[in-house]
Design a protein around this ligand. Structure first.
Ligand SMILES: Nc1ncnc2c1ncn2[C@@H]1O[C@H](COP(=O)(O)OP(=O)(O)O)[C@@H](O)[C@H]1O
Ligand SMILES: C[C@@](O)(CCOP(=O)(O)O)CC(=O)O
Ligand SMILES: [Mg+2]
Length: 299
């Protein structure tokens, strides 16, 4: 017997990086998922696109941290994912939550979804050095969520197009970018703290706009948030090329999603195919997707 769970990735409408400093953020689960199968075994074995290992914290830091936190248990973990790794779509949170959920059921540990989300956040904090609860909460519960209130908002029913630069996906990318922003903030607190606060103000405005389904205004604020992420130093020329291509193709708005430094941008649009074609012409890999209410699910 074995147990399989899947968990979704996510995009940030607003608030990545600022949320690490307690500012609000709005994130949305997307129907691009990581699947994890757990099976009782006589040794620890982990297999994924990153390799097949035992308890190897270099190759599988998040999965090994799950096994360590829940046991350690002798378990075989098999991972398959539609999410590009290290690209700002929350692949770390999706693999962490799906692994927690699969081992929880396979070994009859009895943890609730809230407890799994909390353990997932602790694991991201341990591996990354700092983490907000956003990614792991959204991967657990799905939908559109305002953090830190952990409040479920109305669903987004416009098109979502993700553009992957296919650059910058390095091991522990998020951890490195969080550290980079922290250093800049230590060097120039009087400059960086107001930027972080302003990103928080955008997220606060965003909640009402999501409720009103005012995608034109959401898009304008996404554009402002993108500029502020550039100011924090997590943008790249490739990301901005895709962002401007999406905007010029008529997207409501477009911005970096996740830690930045490469990886993905996201656009909201009523013409997903047109925006996706523009992103591809600008050198990105476009993924047309939708918001999903589904969080971690048994398969
Ligand atoms: N499919 C997967 N299989 C194994 N580990 C994964 C998988 N997806 C993500 N990870 C883990 O998460 C890390 C990437 O997380 P992170 O740097 O936060 O990027 P992001 O969350 O934006 O994708 C990878 O280096 C790996 O340790
Ligand atoms: C940079 C940050 O705000 C989001 C990181 O997202 P991702 O791991 O790049 O998908 C970190 C966090 O909130 O934990
Ligand atoms: Mg991550």
């Amino acid at each position: 017997m074995s147990t399989t769970f899947s968990a979704p990735g996510k995009i940030y409408l607003f608030g990545e990086h600022a949320v690490v400093y307690g500012e609000p953020a709005i994130a949305c689960a997307v129907d691009i998922r990581t699947r994890v199968t757990a099976k009782k075994s006589d040794t620890i074995a982990i297999s994924s696109d990153l390799g097949t290992t035992g308890l190897d914290f270099d190759i599988h830091p998040y999965v090994c941290s799950v096994i360590e936190k829940l046991g350690p248990v002798n378990v075989s973990v098999d991972i398959s994912s539609e999410l590009p790794v290290g690209s700002g779509l929350g692949s770390s949170a999706a693999v962490t939550i799906a692994t927690l959920a699969a081992i929880n059921i396979e070994f009859g540990l009895g943890y609730s979804k809230e407890e799994l989300a909390g353990m997932g956040h602790e694991i991201e904090q341990k591996v990354q050095g700092a983490a907000s609860p956003t990614d792991t909460f959204v991967s657990t519960f799905g939908g559109v969520v305002e953090i830190p209130a952990r409040k479920r908002l109305d669903m987004l029913d416009c098109g979502i197009v993700i553009g992957n630069t296919n650059k910058g996906a390095t091991p522990k990318k998020t951890a490195k970018l969080i550290e980079q922003v922290a250093i800049l903030r230590q060097e120039h607190p009087e400059v960086i703290n107001p930027i972080i606060k302003t990103i928080g103000s955008i997220a606060k405005k965003g909640e009402l706009l999501v409720k009103k389904k005012d995608y034109a205004s959401l898009g304008k604020l996404m554009n402002v948030n993108h500029g502020l992420l550039d100011a924090l130093g997590v943008g790249t020329t490739e990301l901005s090329a895709l962002v401007y291509a999406a905007r010029n193709a008529g997207a409501f708005g477009a911005k970096i999603t996740g830690a930045g430094g490469g990886g993905c941008m996201v656009a909201l649009t009523e013409s997903p195919q047109k925006v996706a074609s523009a992103i591809e012409r600008a050198g990105g890999k476009a993924i047309m997707t939708r918001a999903t209410a589904g969080g971690v699910l048994e398969e």
